[in-house]
Design a protein around this ligand. Structure first.
Ligand SMILES: NC(=O)c1ccc[n+]([C@@H]2O[C@H](COP(=O)([O-])OP(=O)(O)OC[C@H]3O[C@@H](n4cnc5c(N)ncnc54)[C@H](O)[C@@H]3O)[C@@H](O)[C@H]2O)c1
Length: 252
């Protein structure tokens, strides 16, 4: 069983852009990684990349909307030497790109299931398992604090993620557990490509299309650096915070 300088942290959504970059950044800081994603091949690829760089990671494929999958990941991480000290909830989906009257109700429910229920389950199981203290980071979005046309499911879900973070943070005031959010602006990952593809295909010309790609995109590594900070002792007095990582691009 590997012993790390930092202890063990879970990263969900670790098969994709921000989660995978976060895994790489945390490995460099000496964290022992427990990585999960519903995409097993992607997860295996991330593990291979980490191994090539000399870092070890345990991978447990799972669907974060399924309580038993979340519980299994947490049990594995909590069983590592030093216990579970970090949890990064990065799994997420964009949903559809359509105005509210056209937005498919099933899609709306699916987005809330992954982004909100998934984050809730990670908190429900992950927070009590940080018995020795720890830092939980939820990946919200600048869509946690602003509206965005044609993205009802995503924006509603990310507002809810911030509400969950603030609630759980209050429940842990005065304890050794902290709960914070990182709110990335548009970041160069498969998700932003999917959103732009959907926008190009589905919004009729002349409609109000708020393209995600405007100002320079963040790199996943830039977002990951802020997650590293939130998991480090340097952020020890942050609880319930939401750190925007957008280079100022979504201020207006
Ligand atoms: N890319 C952006 O512009 C951007 C901006 C702000 C916030 N975010 C957020 O960052 C997080 C990561 O997104 P990304 O941009 O890296 O996208 P991504 O699509 O590259 O990665 C998301 C990962 O989550 C996984 N996933 C989805 N549903 C899951 C489930 N139910 N269980 C387990 N894994 C699941 C996917 O398989 C994928 O590997 C998301 O929460 C997203 O909302 C992204």
């Amino acid at each position: 069983m590997p012993v790390s300088a930092q202890g063990c942290t879970v990263v969900t959504g670790a098969g994709g852009g921000i989660g995978a970059a976060t895994a790489q950044a945390l490995a460099l800081e000496g964290w022992h990684l427990v990585l999960t994603d519903r995409d097993r091949p992607a997860l295996e690829q991330v593990r291979a990349g980490l191994a090539a760089a000399g870092a070890l990671a345990d991978i447990l494929p799972g669907d974060m909307t399924q309580e038993e999958d979340v519980a299994a990941v947490v049990a594995h991480a909590a069983g590592q030497v030093g216990g579970m000290r970090g949890f990064v909830a990065a799994a997420g989906v964009p949903g559809s790109v359509q105005a509210v009257p056209d937005y498919p109700t099933d899609t709306f429910k699916q987005v809330l299931d992954v982004n909100v229920v998934g984050t809730f389950l990670c908190m429900k199981h992950g927070l009590p398992a940080m018995s020795g203290g720890g830092s939980f980071v939820a990946v919200g979005s600048t869509s946690s604090i602003r509206g965005r046309a044609n993205l009802a499911g995503y924006v509603a879900s990310k507002h809810a993620v911030l509400g969950l973070v603030r609630t759980a943070a209050l429940e842990h005031v005065g304890t050794a557990v902290r709960v914070n959010a990182v709110l990335p602006g548009p970041t160069q990952t498969a998700m932003i490509d999917a959103i732009n593809d959907m926008a190009a295909r589905r919004i009729p010309s002349g409609g109000r299309v708020e393209r995600a790609v405007s100002a320079p995109l963040a790199t996943p590594a830039q977002v990951a650096d802020t997650v590293v900070f939130l998991l480090s002792p340097a952020s020890r007095h942050l609880n319930g915070s939401a750190i925007v990582v957008d280079g100022g691009s979504t201020l207006a």
